[in-house]
Structure formats: C-alpha cells, structure tokens
Design a protein around this ligand. Structure first.
Ligand SMILES: Nc1nc2c(c(=O)[nH]1)N(C=O)[C@@H](CNc1ccc(C(=O)N[C@@H](CCC(=O)O)C(=O)O)cc1)CN2
Ligand SMILES: Nc1ncnc2c1ncn2[C@@H]1O[C@H](COP(=O)(O)OP(=O)(O)OP(=O)(O)O)[C@@H](O)[C@H]1O
Length: 266
C-alpha cells in the first residue's frame, strides 16, 4: 500500500530566516543498532487513521488531581505497552517519518541559530539521534536533558554526536556536567500521549512541565510520538503546559499558525 503523505503544515514560517538548503541535500539517516532490522519493510496498514481507539473512558472528576492521576496512570501503561509492541520495521518507519517531518519543518530556518534541547530515547521512543546529527552538521547546537533531584526544571547539557554519555537519574544517558549547559530555543519532547490542544502526557514525572515553567520565554516546544497515542483529552490540570506542535508519523497533528516568534529563532 502506498504510504499516506506526511502533513508538514503549519510551517513555523515566522521563524524562517535564511535560505538554508532544504531536506533534499540531507544525507540519509544513520541507522542505530536498535533500528537495523527490517528497515526496508513498509507499514502493513494506514497508520494515520483516527486514534484514541483503546482509550479508557474517564469516569472521575476532571478537576480532581487524584482522579486524573489514576486515569493517566492506566493510560500510560497502555500507551507504553502499545509503543513497545511496535515491530522493529514499524518503529523504523515511524521514526523516519517523524524525522522527515521535523526536517521539513526546520528546513527554512537558519540551523546555526538553533539550540536544540532533546532527550536520549528510552522505552521505544523514536530515535531522533540521526536527525539531530544532521542538524548539527547544519550548525545547530545540540543538548540533552538531565534530570535533577528533587524534581525541578531539567538542565540541558551540550552534546555532539558520538560524545560520551554517562548515567544520570534513572540510569538515563546524559552528557557529563563538564560538557556545560545551554538554554534551548527549540525543545523536542518525546511523549506517550497527546491531544488536539497540544497537551502532552509523558512518563508522569512532571519534568517537562517544570522545565517549560522555568523557561521564560518558552522555547519552541515540539512533542513527538505516535499517531495512535492521540487521546480525546489528557484532562489537563493547572500544572500541565501545552506544547507548540505535536508531530507524529502522520505529520503535524496539533498546533495552529501563526506561531509566536521565539527567542533566538527570528
Ligand atoms: N527520553 C526521555 N527522557 C526523559 C523523559 C522522557 O519522557 N523521555 N522524561 C519525561 O519527563 C524525564 C525522565 N522521566 C523518566 C520517567 C520514567 C523512566 C523509567 O521508567 N525508566 C525505566 C526504564 C525505561 C526504559 O528504558 O524502558 C526504569 O528506570 O526502569 C525514566 C525517566 C526526563 N528525560
Ligand atoms: N510545575 C510543577 N510544579 C510542581 N509539580 C509539578 C509541576 N509540573 C508537574 N508537577 C507534578 O508532577 C507530577 C506528574 O505530572 P504529569 O502527570 O503532568 O506528568 P507528565 O508531564 O505526564 O510526565 P513527564 O514530565 O515525566 O513526561 C504531578 O504530580 C504534578 O503535580
């Protein structure tokens, strides 16, 4: 079956600066060991049909943090299991499509003005390291998130592809503190669930909400995850911070133009 087109609008056109070459000049992504199997296999069915099929109905009080937390807990379990159940071929396809969409979105920007805050992929998240490597080649500064305890805004430590990582909290791979910190103007936030209002459901640690709270002005924040992780709503609570765009293997799924200008990107 032919792959459905990737939707990349809305472009962050008010962020556009110089005429950086578009993705046609971009080298093919490098494969990482976890993604080498079956990489040429197409998806067996249209991945971009309506989602939130398996969503558990919410029967509590949406203003009650306890009720919402209980529902989110179960939805996280479901969404984590669904993501882990992807075949290697599907995971590669999803990752390639997300990377292609991000590449197209960022193509009009002067990459040398981008300070990207990303996270090392865990638990079946799309492996965007090859995509980040390409942006680095175009001049972007890369950084990876590091969690602090007690929970507060994440720190972003500079990183270049192949630079050594060490184990941080929860054994997450992070650059060493000696790499130095940056303040990203573009945040890439992996997600477990999302809704049409650009709300993000993550692992439940609250780090991304705390991070966005702490950063003024906010970086431009793009959530990345599966199309099938769409929820009718995450039942947002006051601490939840919306992202600017949600990108899945089906393209830009949420976030509406015109997008506000962001520090360092105009
Ligand atoms: N890639 C990534 N980094 C991130 C987040 C995220 O969602 N994705 N976070 C979002 O806020 C924060 C960390 N939150 C975390 C939440 C749960 C686990 C966790 O369950 N770890 C499992 C192993 C997961 C796996 O590799 O499958 C464990 O410790 O056993 C780790 C980090 C910051 N860094
Ligand atoms: N700015 C904040 N200040 C204090 N607590 C917060 C803040 N943001 C989130 N929290 C707390 O963190 C916990 C988890 O929040 P939430 O359910 O929104 O996680 P999440 O965004 O899905 O997870 P993650 O950040 O791991 O991806 C909640 O108990 C919430 O009260």
């Amino acid at each position: 079956m032919a792959k459905p087109p990737i939707r990349t609008s809305p472009l962050p056109r008010n962020l556009a600066t110089t005429g950086t070459p578009r993705s046609g000049t971009t080298p093919p992504p490098q494969r990482f060991p976890s993604q080498q199997a079956d990489s040429a296999m197409p998806l067996s069915s249209d991945p971009c049909q309506a989602a939130h099929i398996g969503e558990r109905p919410f029967t509590g009080d949406p203003a009650s943090p306890l009720d919402v937390a209980a529902w989110r807990h179960d939805e996280r379990q479901r969404l984590r299991a669904e993501r882990k159940a992807l075949t290697p071929a599907m995971a590669v396809s999803v990752t390639d499509r997300i990377a292609a969409c991000l590449t197209e979105l960022l193509a009009p920007l002067d990459a040398s003005r981008l300070i990207i805050g990303a996270s090392w992929p865990i638990g079946g998240e799309p492996d965007l390291i090859p995509f980040l490597t390409t942006l680095r080649q175009r001049g972007a500064i890369l950084s990876l998130s590091a969690c602090v305890k007690p929970p507060a805004a994440m720190r972003f430590r500079r990183w270049t592809p192949n630079a050594p990582l060490e184990r941080g909290l929860w054994n997450l791979p992070v650059p060493p503190a000696s790499a130095g910190e940056v303040t990203p103007n573009l945040l890439i936030a992996p997600l477990l669930g999302w809704d049409d209002a650009c709300n993000r459901l993550g692992f439940g640690t609250g780090y991304f909400d705390r991070t966005l709270d702490h950063m003024a002005p906010h970086p431009f924040a793009i959530g990345v995850g599966l199309h099938s992780a769409r929820l009718s709503t995450i039942h947002p609570l006051p601490h939840d911070r919306r992202l600017d765009l949600i990108v899945t293997e089906c393209g830009v799924e949420a976030g509406s133009p015109p997008l506000p200008s962001r520090r360092g990107m105009v």
